[in-house]
Design a protein around this ligand. Sequence first.
Ligand code: NAD
Ligand code: LMR
Length: 323
Amino acid sequence: MKKKIITITGAAGNIAYSLIFRLLSGQIFPKNIKIQLNLLDIPESAKILKGVKYEIEDCAFKTLDSIVTTDSMEVAFGDSDYILLVGAKPRIKGMQRSDLLLDNANIFKDQGIAINKHCKDSVRIIVVGNPANTNALIVSHHTPKIPPENITSLMRLDQNRAKSIFASKINVPVPSIRRLIVWGNHSATQFPDINNVQVEGLDNFDNKYNNDWIREDFIPRVQNRGAEIIDYRGKSSAASAASAVYDHLNCIINGSGDWESMGVLTTNTYNISSEIFYSFPLNVNTNNYKVIENLEISELSYSYLKTTEEELINERDIIKDLL
Ligand code: NAD
Ligand code: LMR
């Protein structure tokens, strides 16, 4: 029996409480591969983590090999195949995600250093804790032995939100929407882009909405959906975030037949400056991705691309002492 080790940080937190059960009830790996879960949280959360472990055991999952709960990064990261960096402070009402930078940045610096020391260099890392793109930059800076392509930040929640809102507007099922991508930062400057969208079975779907709706409703709605959830729930999104982490991991492991959005280290594609984690349209195959290049970008779209780039450069300036 083969196994894969998945490490989840912040394992006693809200997202993890959905993510763990989504992972173990899902179908990411073939049936002959079981999952060892390494669950990391801080010592203050040890009691909650024990309760989570008992609940996992009580599910009697067929996909589970074993569970390790720990507050040691060495134990959690050691032989890991996939690391999901979730553990970090969430924002509350009235904050921007970048307001979390100074609180959370050191977590990602320390974890980067530990990953570089203890992990194999094939490990794949997904950064979820906010602000996710800039935290991914910090991790990448402190993991020189890990290829930067192995580190991505979560934009799938934004992509899922955009697809769902757009599908509902034009009244088609969500899976029929393809090539809807999100550029830039996981923040209120992101650019959900419908310019390349294809809708299965519909050639003229663009007569079902108008451009004013895209600019004045759709884009701001997707950009501010996280804040909208906090407003209603009193806490930041957890189940939808967990579902998006599952989708992102599934894509990395099994590839995807659609265009995907993930934060990746820039390489001057589309004239976006290097050394930030920026979400591009990607083709993702098992264990590798490629930025989809040479898309036609209108002047208006390009202004969105540059605004979100500028925000990421500002975030990088704020944490420059950690790089
Ligand atoms: P939460 O407060 O419920 O849980 C966070 C957990 O992390 C806690 O159990 C805490 O003890 C733990 N933690 C803190 N420091 C740690 C460390 N150094 N090592 C390990 N664990 C540590 O928060 P949540 O709702 O689970 O959200 C977690 C993060 O994910 C937040 O930053 C939130 O903003 C972010 N988030 C990102 C996205 C995205 O799309 N990128 C979506 C939703 C939430
Ligand atoms: C989200 O998009 O729901 C998360 O990033 C949480 C937040 O702070 O908005």
